[in-house]
Design a protein around this ligand. Structure first.
Ligand code: ATP
Ligand code: MG
Ligand code: MG
Ligand code: MG
Length: 486
């Protein structure tokens, strides 16, 4: 089943269950001082859950473009390395928003669970034996009971040994330190091959990051309100908030074992193959680079189509960094020395414009902006190369002081993995210890300036771009160094 059809089936299914289908909210948020990017489907309904406003319709469904590169939900480091976390992804969701004045409005756990199951196993005909579910086990310290209600509902649907108990971290959702919250039930799918199963037996793999045992759907039952005192109060009107990863669902439906092998990503990967001359699925390092590029071009294109151009501050800076990360992976692992990522926009437009018409409308802008950014960063890289040449000349045959590499990296944005590589070619080494020291000092400075990351909503501060440097420019490059060593 094509991904396009999967998305449509989801929306039709919930429309038939009296949901109103709403458009995706923008991925880049302009008016919310507490959040830069939409990171979940429910973001746009926050005010309803807080009781600050009343929706026209109480049962809603959509596909939401999300970006998880900052704050509590920051998946950037996994992207490319694993096969099921993306920066930008679509979250399919259905909601019930209760009304304190009218108990007949909306639905709660029973319908949310039964419909999720019906959609997966009857509408999409996913093999029931591959599915597991989780239920909140309770938390004594916090005085929250186990979610027996959900447990009982699931027991009528699946064998008891398919129901796993989960802790507060995975199975209890809170908006922040105060406000609406409640237990969650997740649906996981185990698509390991029989051979892989013998290598990694048991179902205890759930939630333990096996790339083929993944969470696909999260059902949140918003039934409490946390008071400033920390105490929980039953909400007068309860709500349902669900989110399912569209690319992961496509992976399951298309019988493949990586999101990148679905039709959401294969056209992008094959264009990258054509442009770079590298073949996907041949070598782990180039594969990661190709996945990073295929992923990041989506994040950047959707952001630009939302009106967020790359820039040197705030959300624009985050977008610039994501694009530069992609350029760097190309430069380092695929030998791309000329702008090429902009050429992938047309593939994305072709594939996604039906669901997201803004892509088609903004195509030229996206291409031009990405190409310009690529050229400019490639110039920076070239400048760094020439400075490094001078440094090499001065320190011929010796170790390059780590501070020098850090200067290149910090002032000129020249990646340290490239520095190492070039030094190696010249028969030189890098004083990594000194480099790491400077790096750590920089990291500590960023950390101190970083935003609070406790809730779904970040508390943005003026130093938000430094926070981003903290994990992209620093961490990622350190990781590249690590990777190269393996
Ligand atoms: P995970 O544990 O895999 O990181 P999550 O618990 O952080 O997922 P939720 O916040 O529950 O994710 O989001 C709802 C659904 O969105 C998940 O069940 C998953 O299918 C999907 N999802 C979450 N993060 C990503 C991501 N970075 N890329 C693709 N899909 C994602
Ligand atoms: Mg996560
Ligand atoms: Mg999870
Ligand atoms: Mg989850």
């Amino acid at each position: 089943m094509k991904s396009q059809e999967i998305r449509q089936r989801f929306l039709n299914f919930f429309e038939n269950k009296s949901h109103v289908i709403v458009p995706s909210a923008p991925m880049v948020l302009k008016d919310d001082p507490t959040l830069m990017f939409t990171n979940a489907g429910m973001n746009q309904f926050k005010e309803y859950f807080l009781g600050n406003s009343t929706p026209k319709h109480h049962q809603l469904a959509d596909t939401q473009k999300c970006l998880r590169v900052s704050g509590k939900h920051n998946d950037l480091e996994e992207v490319g390395k694993d096969t099921y976390h993306h920066t930008m992804f679509e979250m399919l969701g259905n909601w019930s928003i209760g009304d304190p004045k009218d108990a007949s409005v909306g639905y709660f756990k029973k319908e949310a669970i039964e419909w999720a199951w019906e959609f997966l196993t009857e509408e999409l005909k996913i093999d029931k034996s591959t599915l597991y579910v989780t239920v909140f086990e309770g938390d004594q310290q916090d005085g929250i009971a186990k979610d027996d209600e959900a447990f009982q509902i699931w027991k009528n649907i699946v064998d008891e040994d398919k129901i796993l108990l989960g802790n507060k971290k995975d199975n209890f959702w809170e908006m922040g330190d105060q406000g609406p919250c409640g237990p969650a039930s997740e649906i996981h799918v185990d698509i390991r091959s029989p051979e892989e199963k013998t290598k990694t037996p048991g179902k205890d793999l759930v939630n333990q990051d096996h790339p083929q045992v993944v969470e696909i759907w999260n059902l949140v039952f918003i039934q409490y309100n946390r008071l400033a005192s920390g105490k929980l109060q039953e909400l007068p009107a309860k709500h349902i908030d669900t989110g399912m990863g569209f690319e992961r669902l496509s992976m399951v439906m298309q019988g493949v074992q990586s999101n990148y092998d679905t039709d959401v990503f294969t056209p992008l990967l094959s264009e990258i193959e054509t442009i770079t001359g590298h073949t996907y699925a041949k070598n782990e390092a180039t594969d990661i680079a190709m996945r990073v590029i295929a992923d990041h071009v989506r994040a950047v294109t959707f952001a630009i189509a939302d009106g967020q151009l790359p820039s040197s501050t705030g959300a624009g800076y985050v977008i610039r960094r994501i694009l530069r990360r992609a350029i760097r992976y190309g430069f380092t692992f695929l030998d791309t020395k000329e702008a090429f990522i902009y050429k992938l926009v047309k593939v994305l437009v072709f594939q996604m414009s039906e669901a997201f018409p803004e892509l088609k409308k903004q195509r030229t802008l996206c291409e031009n902006v990405i190409q310009e950014e690529e050229n400019s960063f490639l110039r920076t890289l070239a400048q760094g190369l020439s400075l490094l040449d001078q440094m090499v000349e001065k320190n011929k045959g010796k170790e390059l002081p780590g501070e020098k590499a850090f200067e290149l990296y910090d002032t000129y944005g020249f990646p340290v993995d490239l520095t190492s590589l070039i030094l190696e070619e010249k028969g030189m080494t890098l004083n990594e210890e000194a480099f790491q020291k400077s790096l750590q000092a920089q990291k500590d400075r960023s950390k101190n300036a970083a935003a609070s990351k406790t809730g779904d909503w970040e508390v943005l501060q003026e130093t938000e771009n430094e926070e981003f440097i903290g994990y992209d420019r620093l961490q990622v490059e350190v990781e590249l160094v690590k990777y190269r060593k393996i």
